[in-house]
Design a protein around this ligand. Sequence first.
Ligand code: SF4
Length: 286
Amino acid sequence: MVFMEKYQYRPALLIVLVVFALAAVWNLGYMSVQWDEMPHLGGAVLLSHGQLWDYMTIYGYYPPAFDIVTTGYFQIFGINEVAGRLVAVTFALLAIAVTFELAKKSYGAKNALIASALLATMPGFFWLSRVTMLETMLIFFFTLTMFTFSTWLRDYLFLPLAYWFSKNLKNDFLPENEHLWRWILDDNGLPLRREKNPCTALWISPLIHSNGCVCPCWMDKEEKHPLGDLNKMKFRDIWFGEKYRELRNEFRTDGAKNELCCDCTYAYEGGSCTGETIVEVNFYNK
Ligand code: SF4
């Protein structure tokens, strides 16, 4: 479980994708060409022979992307119905992977894995991934659009808005005397990063979760950086172990690179250091 959380459930997603791929490609020539497979296969055959005008006049009512990709698959695997169905398998796999990324942004990696596994095991989706039809491609592009739109919302709307608020409204919340502010702000109104992070937590304050997982410090409430498991190892071996040593070395040489510490309060001028504050409030943006 700790391993899965460390890699954000991507190894489990890989298993889902491999199992799905094996099941989807099994006996792909299982049935003769059916329904709308005909126009896509026929269209790709025309494109493969360079008969663009014939393609436009006969099959022009379909969006061409699927047929163009199928033409590419014909070049690799030869002109046959299995090659056409492999296109649907490919876009089904891409759709499952993008569904994982999209769900992870909003609901976390574990729920994203469930979402992608549910999609992979939906009978209708599975069936569509084994026929030369464009539905899996549509699902993929629709999900990709949602994913890029939510990324755009965050990067071009929410973050600039937060930046604008921090710049323009700070005096509504902060004391007028800048010396009383906690943070030292740069020209953009954002907290100024320290050249050297003075935190000593990695040497004095391990965090032990109730399940026995030892983490670097109290900021790691989600066990994203597990250093050892007290159910399997002695604390002494974890504390002096390789993982802890590597983390301390990385922190000492370039703390800004360290994923755990780079955005910690101590990484910024004015951020409090161990023992300096009476009360510390941490806001987590999960
Ligand atoms: S800098 Fe922050 S995250 Fe890193 S060890 Fe210190 S308290 Fe923890």
